[in-house]
Design a protein around this ligand. Structure first.
Ligand code: C2E
Ligand code: CA
Ligand code: CA
Length: 739
């Protein structure tokens, strides 16, 4: 810390090693072992906490430190009664760089008002910080900037300064921008003048800030000669005192917050400076989350190929359009468009040409129905339009225009293609009133149009549902899907609850159906199981996951992946041989793989499962086995001991109950699962975490790892990689992903 009060000879406190001074008050910075580094801002050597408070020994410090590390916002206060002297109070809290702030004071009236007032001030400030932290976490991205300025204002008024602001450094550290500002009434705003300020202009100041140190200047006139440029600038602006607090990584700050006093000089105490450091860090985290959530929103809601919305965005826009139609009593049409024989083009001319065609289709759709509420690509060659309907005639005209636009030949690579399509139409409110049903009916109508000879549109009519595809067709398609590698994993991040760090992913099967878009396991696993194809799907997912994992581990050696296996797979000898072979080829990679088997499927044949799992582990000793949906089945804990299990995945129904009407029951169950696994040396992970409240509750219950929509849904490989690269997920970012 650069403290000009020390340079100028205003030595605060005068605390000396040994601390025999009366009243034992003051602020101390401690390291992780309880050694005192600074006393009231002055460096100290060879002294420890026990010298200050003999009642508080080193072992005790270790215990409290663990408590403090677990809860970033915790402040501990301990009172020590003494026989012949006034009682002493010790407050301990954590500073961000792994140092601990200790404040010593008397308890009761013993040591005057100064200390008490400081403590009270401190307490109000802490409340402010705590409230701010919650506000920032919950702030929607677009409100963040306003919130930061408000907070600067609250802190600025509280401390009676005249200007409070936030600067961010450019990526190359060449310039900085004043992005947020608050000023006291009657004080001039400066932010607009302070854009792209060259950083080398203030050499001394920047050296200090870039090294991660506070700059505290109680009296501008006392600045050292090497800070002449800075002193001149401050005097020009009429600043008499200021404090600047950097934020970002300790070694590579990203900017700073600052507070100027124009009307009078002001000294900032060390503990308030530490509080400001926390505030700066909170702003920084929130700003970073904002950037990430914005890019995730774009990533998560747009189809990268065509730039149209994807299924997610369609869901949102359709819900919104439905709400509006309901309110305004208007009609709405969901038009599902599917190209005819697109597969032929793709297969004969290759995917890159296919992609060109899809882009053309997208722009034609957008051009011919400019008034659409939503135009999205569902996947493959399937598109959806949502349009308001004034009269059926005009709807039909619009759809006809669409067909015409599509028939215009496309010239690509010296060839001419004529595109044809089929369309299915469902109407709100006549056919259905919710988004899902409307889409389903448009889909059914689209198949009717295909069945009717293609190159046409059809409206939904109820009896069609009966004629829609049977289980048999689906089974046949599934067979083809496996041959064409249409069933591939998406990846849901597994996250450390304490830090939101991404630890790895669970691979979840997705069927990229050429006509129906992305299908979820619930839509095909049952049929796959009946057709005896589940094992092949699991093997395929494992193969993909292993390949992706190998790529990820090149840059993130700790990354792990879990895959789902149905216990029935374990009874099929051919399949087991296949799995063994895959694991064998994977070599060391298998150490980073976890196999999830649901409790219920395990219970169906526990003896055989135990034997086969043991064989898998023989082939790949590092392979971990997890029991999925733990607690939802028979939960006979006895089997846990008989299986080579490493992990329990707490079923998401318990997590859901945490936020529900009777959280006590769920809390008790989760508590006992965590307890049990600790005593058995098992790892625990909670799934289905959807709210910040649930995450907090789980953290309190000592659960260290989680998955859920709060953090992210299953993501395509590219997005999962991006997330891994970013290193962590934020609750704010996640809302974006979800909504
Ligand atoms: P699971 O193993 O329990 O996987 C978690 C499921 O919960 C996934 O659904 C996931 O998308 C969903 N989920 C994740 N976070 C949340 C949340 O916060 N809230 C809620 N409500 N749900 C959440 P998905 O992908 O539809 O998979 C369903 C089930 O299908 C899986 O349940 C798993 O049992 C099975 N499955 C998925 N992929 C495979 C596979 O490759 N092989 C086998 N045998 N089964 C699979
Ligand atoms: Ca699972
Ligand atoms: Ca599960």
């Amino acid at each position: 810390m650069v403290d000009q009060s020390a340079r100028a000879g205003r030595q605060p406190g005068g605390a000396a090693p040994g601390f025999a001074h009366a009243g034992l008050t003051g602020s101390f910075l401690l390291d992780r072992d309880g050694r005192v580094l600074e006393a009231d801002g002055a460096p100290v050597s060879a002294c420890c906490l026990a010298d200050l408070v003999p009642e508080f020994d080193a072992a005790e410090f270790a215990r409290w430190r663990i408590a403090l590390d677990g809860f970033p916002a915790a402040v501990l206060r301990l009172d020590f009664p003494r026989v012949d002297a006034p009682a002493v109070s010790l407050r301990l809290e954590r500073e961000i760089d792994g140092r601990y702030l200790a404040t010593l004071g008397g308890v009761g009236d013993g040591d005057g008002d100064g200390y008490r007032e400081r403590l009270e001030n401190r307490l109000v400030f802490e409340h402010m910080i705590a409230a701010l932290s919650t506000e920032l976490i919950h702030a929607p991205s677009e409100r963040l900037d306003g919130l930061i300025e408000q907070a600067l204002g609250r802190i600025g008024s509280f401390f009676g300064v005249d200007r409070a602001y936030l600067f961010r450094f450019s990526g190359d550290r060449a310039s900085m921008d004043n992005t947020h500002e608050w000023v006291e009434e009657g004080i001039s705003r400066e932010a607009h003048k302070l854009q792209q300020v060259p950083m080398d202009h203030f050499g001394w100041l920047m050296r200090e800030l870039l090294a991660g140190r506070f700059v505290h200047i109680p009296v501008v006139a006392d600045l050292p000669p090497e800070a002449a440029t800075e002193a001149a600038e401050f005097e020009r602006e009429g600043i008499r005192s200021l404090v600047l607090v950097p934020f970002g990584e300790a070694q590579a700050p990203e900017g700073f917050i600052g507070f100027d006093s124009v009307r009078r000089e002001r000294h900032w105490s060390a503990d308030i400076l530490l509080g400001l450091r926390l505030v700066g860090q909170m702003f920084y985290n929130a700003l970073r989350a904002q950037v990430m959530s914005n890019s995730l929103i774009t990533l998560a809601s747009l189809d990268p190929l065509t730039g149209l919305g994807n299924r997610r965005l369609l869901g949102e826009q359709l819900a919104y359009a439905l709400e509006r139609s309901q309110r305004e009593q208007t009609r709405l049409a969901v038009v599902l468009v599917d190209l005819d024989d697109f597969k032929l083009v793709n297969d004969s001319y290759g995917h890159s040409l296919g992609d060109e065609i899809l882009k053309t289709v997208a722009s034609r759709l957008a051009a011919s129905v400019p008034a659409a509420d939503s135009i999205a690509r569902l996947g493959g060659d399937e598109f959806v339009l949502v349009v308001h309907v004034d009269a059926l005639d005009s709807l039909v005209q619009q759809v006809e225009r669409l067909f015409e636009a599509m028939r215009e030949p496309v010239e690509l690579r010296g060839m001419r293609f004529v595109l044809r399509m089929s369309a299915g139409i469902a109407l709100y409110p006549a056919d259905a009133t919710d988004a899902e049903a409307l889409l389903r009916q448009a889909d059914t109508a689209m198949y009717a149009a295909k069945a009717g000879g293609r190159d046409r549109h059809a409206f939904f009519a109820p009896p069609m549902a009966l004629a829609s595809r049977t289980t048999l067709t689906l089974r046949h398609e599934l067979q083809q899907a496996l041959e064409r590698d249409e069933i591939r994993p998406c990846y849901q991040p597994r996250v450390a609850l304490s830090s939101s760090r991404v630890l790895g992913f669970e691979a979840l099967a997705r069927w990229h159906h050429p006509e129906r878009g992305v299908l979820l396991p619930g839509e095909f696993l049952e049929i796959a199981a009946q057709g005896g194809m589940l094992g092949r799907i699991d093997q395929r997912i494992l193969a993909h996951a292993l390949a992706d994992l190998a790529g990820w581990r090149r840059s993130h050696p700790d990354c792990m992946v879990s895959v789902n296996l149905d216990a029935s797979d374990l009874q099929d000898e051919a399949l087991v041989a296949g799995l063994l072979q895959q694991l064998d080829t994977a070599g060391d990679l298998a150490d980073a793989v976890e196999i999830e088997i649901t409790e219920t499927s395990l219970m169906r044949n526990i003896e055989q499962a135990a034997r086969t799992l043991a064989r898998l582990r023989e082939a790949a000793p590092g392979l971990r086995i997890a029991i999925d949906d733990f607690g939802s089945g028979y939960s006979s804990l006895a089997y846990v001991g008989r299986l080579p299990v490493a992990t329990l995945k707490i079923d998401r129904s318990f997590v859901a109950e945490l936020g529900g009407g009777n959280p006590r029951n769920a809390r008790a169950i989760i508590h006992s699962i965590v307890d049990l696994s600790r005593s058995l040396g098992l790892h625990v992970i909670a799934e289905g975490v959807e709210t910040i409240g649930q995450a907090d509750e789980l953290r309190r219950l000592d659960c260290l790892e989680a998955q859920g929509f709060l953090f992210a849904p299953g993501l395509p490989h590219a997005q999962a990689s991006a997330l891994l690269q970013a290193g962590f997920v934020t609750a704010a970012g996640v809302h974006a992903v979800r909504s």
